[in-house]
Design a protein around this ligand. Structure first.
Ligand code: Z5A
Length: 216
């Protein structure tokens, strides 16, 4: 049996993670790989409840928010990600530990070392084999995210109400962006920058070139 491969997708809002997750899974399946597509927050039943609290509940303190993301991750790694990897699947996760460093660390200003320790605790030291950072200019990503909401209001399928993070101010999004840049510079072997501009198919081709070389 092939050993499992753990791939995470990271980036700012509207960068195309969900779109690219589906395209990558489709390509991998064509190549004969079994895939698990999942996401954080919300990859388990507990995670769905935490997701509702985190993204659409009343405002909470940054530390409480951090601990809820850690709880979501602990349950997710233990009950879904590790079993899928043990079964030889390719796990593609929409956001993981780097999002916590970017949003709660660079964005909210919580201590990065504390977040790294919590990430290790929640994951039992599980690290992605490959992280694809979808790099899109902030304005473009936020416009894409907004146009999706507008599409919802006019009756299109995908529903995503404006959430707490999307309501945050521009400097917050700039700090996130800087965070992803610094994380990618710190771990260039694991975190690969993908130019997320262009059509979904163009971005998918860039992603596949990287994934294929790693799988090979
Ligand atoms: N969060 C956190 O703070 N700490 C943590 O530890 C974790 C998460 C794990 C999850 O929100 C929130 O949780 C997130 C961080 C926080 N903050 N926010 N907001 P989410 O899961 O609801 O949303 P998201 O992760 O930010 O993703 P998104 O806004 O749904 O965007 P996306 O998945 O990256 O993009 P998409 O849905 O694939 O595409 C967005 C729109 O653009 C859509 O209409 C597409 O059809 C369109 N699109 C996609 N690709 C293209 C291209 N190439 N060209 C043109 N249009 C495109």
């Amino acid at each position: 049996m092939r050993s499992g491969v753990f791939i995470t997708l990271e980036g700012g809002e509207g960068a195309g993670k969900t779109t690219q997750q589906a395209l990558l899974a489709e390509r991998l399946q064509q190549e004969g790989y079994a895939c698990l597509c999942t996401r954080e927050p919300g990859g388990t039943a507990l995670g769905q409840e935490l997701r509702a609290l985190l993204l659409h509940g009343d405002p909470i303190s940054p530390l409480a928010e951090l601990l809820l993301y850690a709880a979501d991750r602990a349950e997710h790694v233990q009950t879904r990600i590790r079993p899928a990897l043990a079964a030889g699947q390719v796990v593609i996760c929409d956001r993981f530990t780097d999002s916590t460093l970017a949003y709660q660390g660079y964005g909210r200003g919580l201590d990065l070392d504390l977040i790294r320790q919590l990430n290790q605790l929640a994951t039992g030291n599980l690290q992605p084999h490959l992280t694809l950072w979808l790099d899109l200019p902030l304005q473009v990503g936020l416009e894409r995210a907004r146009s999706r909401q507008t599409a919802h209001l006019s009756g299109a399928k995908k529903f995503s109400p404006v959430d707490r993070m999307e309501q945050a101010q521009w400097p917050f999004h700039q700090r996130l962006y800087q965070g992803f840049q610094e994380l990618a510079a710190t771990e260039p072997q694991r975190i690969v920058r993908i130019d997320a501009q262009g059509s979904p198919e163009e971005v998918a081709r860039r992603i596949w070139a990287v994934v294929k070389s790693r799988l090979g």
